[in-house]
Every structure is written in structure tokens, then in C-alpha cells.
Design a protein around this ligand. Sequence first.
Ligand SMILES: [Zn+2]
Length: 55
Amino acid sequence: MPQKVICKDCGEILYSDIDLKPPEELIRNFEGKCPKCGKELSYNPENIEIRELYE
Ligand SMILES: [Zn+2]
């Protein structure tokens, strides 16, 4: 299932691919913070958004 990870704070798309990755791994790839706005990322639905890609 396609996966999209978006920073809830600034809307930056952090990850968008057809491959599913565990959120913890994605967060680790970004060293725990959003590269755009610097917000700390955690596996919390209030901070990041994971949803299906439809396009
Ligand atoms: Zn951000």
C-alpha cells in the first residue's frame, strides 16, 4: 500500500513511496526532526500524517 508521511506542522512531504516503511525508521532517517521546519518528529498521529497515495 502506498505511503505518504507529512509533517503536520509545515506540510512538508517527508516520505512518499509505494514501499511501506516503519515510521520509526523514517523518523530516524530525518534524525528525529523535520528538515524544513525543524519540528521534532515522533510516531504520533498529531505530528506526522500517514496516508495512502491516490495519484
Ligand atoms: Zn515541518
